[in-house]
Design a protein around this ligand. Structure first.
Ligand code: FAD
Length: 285
C-alpha cells in the first residue's frame, strides 16, 4: 500500500520508525524488536538507512520482514555517499522486495571528502532517479527549525519546494519539542507553495544519553518545561522514561487536536515505548 493513501485517510495515522542492525550478529534481536512494534498495528513503519549505506541490506531485509507481517514498510534510502549505479541496484532490490514506499534522503556529508566527486549532492536528485526507476510513493525530510547547512529558512524552503516539485508525495519532519515551531513552519511552508502532507516526527526522550545525542545532532530548541522534567528526573531512569513518554504523548495529542492527521514516532527499536504511546492514545486514534 502507498503511504500517501494511508496519511490522507479518514482516520489519524500513527506510525513508528525503527533502525536496522549495524552487524549480522544483532540482526535477530533487532528483527524481534521490530516485530514486537509491528504487533501494535501501526499505520506503517519506517526503517532507517545507515549513514554511508553500510547497512542497506539490513534496511531492506527488516522492511521486507515487516511487510510479511502485514505492515506497510517505508524504506529510507540516502544518496550522498553512493553512486548512480549503487542507487540503481538498491532501487531494484527494494522493488524486488515488494516495497512501494521510499524516504529519499541526501544523508550527512562524510567528513574530509571532496564533494565535487559525488554523483549526488541533494535529495532532489535522488527523487528524480527514484521516479524514473518505478512507481514508488516517495517521502522527503524537512526541518521545522531549519536544516543545519542552510544559510536561512527562506533558502531552506525554496529548496524544499524544489524537492517536492521533483516528486515528493509527502514530507516527514525532523524531531521538535515545541509544537509551535511546527505550526509556524507549516504556515511558512504553505506560503512557499508546499502543499503535500507533512507528517510531524515525534521523539520520546526516555534517557539522558539519548537526550544529549539528540540535541547535539539536531540542535533542537528545547522548551523550559522540557528542561525542568529532564533536570527533575535525570537520576531516576524509570521516572525519566515515564515523563518522556508523557511529554511525547502530550505533543501528539496537541497535534491531533490542531487538525494534524498523521504522526510519526521515532520509537528507536523500543517496543515498550511504542506500546505506551499507542496505549495512551487508544481512545483518541
Ligand atoms: P536535502 O533535502 O538534500 O537538503 C540538505 C541541505 O541542502 C539543506 O540545507 C537544503 O536546504 C540544501 N539544499 C537542497 N537543495 C539544494 C540546492 N539545489 N542548492 C543548495 N542547497 C540545497 N540520514 C541517514 O543517513 N539515514 C536515514 O535513514 C535518515 N533518516 C532521516 C529521516 C528524517 C525524517 C529526517 C528529518 C532526517 C533523516 N536523516 C537520515 C538525516 C538526513 O540524511 C540529514 O539531515 C541530511 O543532512 C539531509 O538530508 P535531506 O534529505 O534532508 O537533504
Amino acid at each position: 500500500m502507498k503511504i500517501i493513501d494511508i496519511i490522507k485517510g479518514d482516520r489519524p495515522s500513527l506510525s513508528f520508525e525503527v533502525f536496522p542492525p549495524k552487524t549480522e550478529v544483532n540482526f535477530e534481536s533487532v528483527k524481534k524488536a521490530t516485530e514486537e512494534i509491528a504487533k501494535l498495528d501501526p499505520s506503517y513503519m519506517s526503517v532507517t538507512y545507515g549513514a554511508g549505506g553500510g547497512t542497506s541490506a539490513y534496511t531492506i531485509a527488516i522492511a521486507e520482514n515487516l511487510k510479511q507481517k502485514g505492515i506497510t514498510p517505508l524504506a529510507h534510502l540516502s544518496c550522498v555517499s553512493s553512486t548512480k549505479g549503487r542507487v540503481e541496484q538498491e532501487l531494484s532490490a527494494i522493488q524486488s522486495a515488494g516495497i512501494e514506499n521510499i524516504l529519499a534522503l541526501r544523508g550527512d556529508i562524510p567528513q574530509g571528502v571532496e564533494r565535487s566527486t559525488f554523483d549526488y549532492h541533494y535529495a532532489t536528485e535522488l527523487i528524480r532517479d527514484i521516479k524514473a526507476h518505478g512507481d514508488f510513493c516517495i517521502g522527503g525530510a524537512c526541518y521545522p527549525e531549519g536544516h543545519p547547512d542552510s544559510p536561512n529558512w527562506m533558502k531552506d524552503l525554496e529548496y524544499l519546494r524544489e524537492k517536492v516539485d521533483a516528486g515528493c508525495d509527502f514530507l516527514v519532519t525532523q524531531m521538535f519539542f515545541d509544537n509551535d515551531i511546527f505550526y509556524n513552519f507549516m504556515y511558512r511552508a504553505q506560503r512557499a507553495g508546499i502543499s503535500v502532507p507533512v507528517v510531524p516526527g515525534i521523539m520520546p526522550v526516555t534517557n539522558v544519553k539519548s537526550l544529549k545525542r539528540t540535541v547535539a545532532l539536531s540542535g533542537n530548541i528545547l522548551p523550559q518545561r522540557f528542561y525542568r522534567i529532564m533536570d527533575r528526573f535525570a537520576d531516576n531512569p524509570e521516572a525519566l522514561k515515564q515523563a518522556g513518554i508523557a511529554f511525547a504523548t502530550e505533543q501528539i495529542i496537541d497535534l491531533l487536536a490542531n487538525g494534524v492527521n498523521a504522526v510519526h514516532v521515532y520509537s528507536m527499536n523500543k517496543p515498550e515505548v511504542a506500546s505506551a504511546i499507542k496505549r495512551n492514545l487508544s481512545e483518541i486514534l
